[in-house]
Design a protein around this ligand. Structure first.
Ligand code: HGY
Ligand code: MN
Ligand code: MN
Length: 414
């Protein structure tokens, strides 16, 4: 099979059309999972797929699939895609580039009337970002597990919305999508994504071939003290949880990343209650996003963080609790797929480097149930999870061409 070149103009027009859904004034997108904006993007994708004669499917957690049949319908499909949901102040390339490049590959095969040996499916996974409902990667995680965890149905979003209700509304918004089981046999999974880091741009490389993903753990920390009057309470009588949190975080910011270049320690969200000017807080809650390529180091850092929080809380007459929300162990991608991508890059004349992903992706969970691998393209200054996220048109088109070449190589080797 010699897949045809992709239609770059069509892809760029699609990127613009999806960027308009949930567009923000600063040029990014706010298209949170299971929101009206997410439903609009899913409807647009399903409509394009149906118009091209691809069959449209969704499963119980609203993972959305466009299927183009191949010669043997009994063979497990090659699945390519990413996610359409975004951060609250997200970029218009994170996730969407992978879904729309996959769609472009499927359309270019259809345009050329090429019959692939097996079906090829485009997927948009539900809630990769975890910014509306936690955890992230809910769609791909449920797919890999073969079911939607019952505990998720009680979840509420940061905006008070109910996960179960918004999921039901999202499923109902696509009546034309045939419901299929959550999880099926996948011959191989391939995901194109922006690097979300600076290395490809700095090296002036159009392609990264991703060999694995580092580990990620999310925590929620609650520091409890005693609310009291801001004016009448002397230091000796204060049990101030914010003072304790600041003391602990000061030590952790000064130690975790400075002592280990591979470690990532981020507090992205903090709430101080009751949150009034003239009352010493009663409670402080905040998130921790901890990442590292090695699980034993994650274990050690988790222990050190918990101990530092306990010590600082104790010294302030407070208590601290650290609850793990999310644990994604590091993953290595399939060596055979990585080799196929390297061959495809060489055949296509793309200079590339192999690399480990600092961000997690749906491929992390697909790698548990099928051979999986990823392709990265550079983004400006490596910036992502920011409305200024940008990928030049040439890199958008080159990424889709590399995805098409990867699909061709992998189909030939399966
Ligand atoms: O947080 C992550 O690593 C992913 O980009 N959502
Ligand atoms: Mn992403
Ligand atoms: Mn992201």
């Amino acid at each position: 099979m010699t897949a045809p070149p992709i239609d770059g103009e069509r892809l760029l027009a699609r990127m613009a059309a999806f960027a308009a859904i949930g567009a923000t004034a600063k040029g990014g997108v706010n298209r949170q999972a299971l929101s009206p904006e997410d439903r609009a993007a899913r409807a647009l994708l399903a409509g394009i797929g149906a118009a091209r004669g691809f069959s449209v499917h969704q499963d119980a957690i609203a993972n959305l699939f466009l299927r183009r049949e191949g010669r043997d319908p009994a063979l497990p499909p090659l699945v390519i895609g990413s996610h359409l949901d975004s951060q609250i102040t997200g970029g218009r390339f994170d996730g969407a580039l992978g879904v729309l490049s996959a769609l472009e590959v499927l359309e270019s095969l259809a345009d050329a009337g090429i019959e692939t040996p097996r079906a090829v499916e485009v997927v948009a996974w539900t809630n990769e970002e975890g910014s509306h409902y936690q955890p992230g990667c809910m769609g791909s995680m449920a797919f890999a597990a073969g079911a939607v965890p019952a505990a998720w149905h009680g979840l509420t979003g940061h905006d008070g919305s109910r996960f179960a209700e918004e999921l039901a509304a999202t499923l109902a918004a696509l009546p034309q999508a045939a419901i299929r089981p959550t999880g099926f046999t996948v011959a191989a999974y391939l995901e194109l994504h922006i690097e979300q880091g600076p290395s490809l741009e700095r090296a002036e490389l159009p392609v990264g071939i991703v060999t694995g993903i580092q580990g990620t753990r999310w925590f929620e920390v609650t520091v409890e003290g005693q609310a009291a009057h801001a004016g009448t309470t002397a230091l000796a009588f204060r049990r101030d949880p914010l003072a304790a949190a600041v003391a602990a975080l000061g030590r952790l910011y000064g130690r975790v990343m400075p002592q280990d270049e591979a470690a990532r320690f981020t507090v992205g969200r903090m709430n101080v209650a009751p949150g009034v000017v003239n009352a010493i807080p009663e409670r402080v809650t905040f998130s921790i996003d901890l990442r590292h390529p090695e699980s034993p180091v994650l274990d050690r850092l988790e222990g050190e963080i918990a101990a530092t929080l306990r010590e600082a809380a104790g010294a302030a007459g407070c208590t601290a609790e650290m609850r793990r929300l999310f644990d994604m162990p590091p993953a290595r991608f399939d060596a055979g797929l990585v080799a196929a991508l390297e061959a495809a890059a060489q055949r296509s004349g793309f200079a590339f480097r192999s690399m480990v992903s600092g961000a997690f992706h749906d491929a992390l969970f697909l790698a548990r149930v099928a051979p999986a691998a990823m392709i990265f393209v550079p983004c400006r200054d490596g910036l992502s999870h920011n409305e200024a996220e940008f990928v030049p048109d040439g890199n958008v088109v080159a990424g889709a061409q590399m995805l098409r070449a990867g699909v061709e190589e992998i189909l030939a080797r399966l």
